[in-house]
Design a protein around this ligand. Sequence first.
Ligand code: HH2
Length: 286
Amino acid sequence: MKELKIGKRIFRWGKRTYIMGVLNVTPDSFSDGGRFLNPDDAVKRALEMQAQGADIIDIGGESSRPGAEPVSVEEELRRVVPVLEEVCDKLDIPVSIDTYKSEVAEKAIELGADMVNDISALRFDPNMVKVVADYDVPVVLMHMKGTPRDMQLNPSYDDVMHEIVSFLHDRKQFAVSHGVDEHKIILDPGIGFGKRTGKGIEDNCEILRRLKELKVLGNPVLVGASRKTFIGNVCGEGEQLPVNERLEGSLAAIAVAVMNGVDVVRVHDVKESKRFLRLMDRVIRW
Ligand code: HH2
């Protein structure tokens, strides 16, 4: 798969690393919760990330942090619709809707969203695959063990990367067999989603180290490591670094991911990641 049109933009896989900027319109996201609940603030932040070099803006209305409670369709729509109504017109870059609910995805697409980012890989809502297939939009399929509520309770793996590759292989087959264009599927190992961290075993580091194994499925790969707990654990060396102290670790995670073939990185710190990637890409992909 050489390229993919998302919205008006063409993404040429392998030419450079693309940036997906995170915009959470929630009161409780682990990093930016509460900051962009006001639609005007959210729109401003989307435009700022575009100016800083984001290639996609990913808008979410429900936190998926460990232990998060699900929100209703109505509440999620109440949060994201006013933002989508404005940003889809104002942005030149594509908009992604971060949801596992088909009603939210459909409404977002009708308002101009260009792709769907489903952390459940089309498992939590049986109608999601139909929405993605019918609207023929690109979709991110992500690996998660359990649900956001219980995923960190006691995850275990024999071989974490084998399990992720086999899971994403099956989810891709499922999507394709229900009419999703296989060229529009992006795969994501789900950093922090039911992965072990902090007790000697660092699944997230192993995933980054072995990311190339995911490339065998032939689809572009997205990684979202930005500011996550394992970065706080590893970089704090015994002490958990607070969320606003995780930039260096987030950039290190990007570096390893780029060395191992990542195509899109999902980040909160767009300006810093863009500068970092200019150099990474200049060295690696020149
Ligand atoms: N991580 C989060 C949310 N959505 N989507 C994909 N494809 N990959 C990820 O790694 C991923 C994701 C969690 O981060 P964030 O959105 O910042 O926090 P929260 O879930 O608390 O809103």
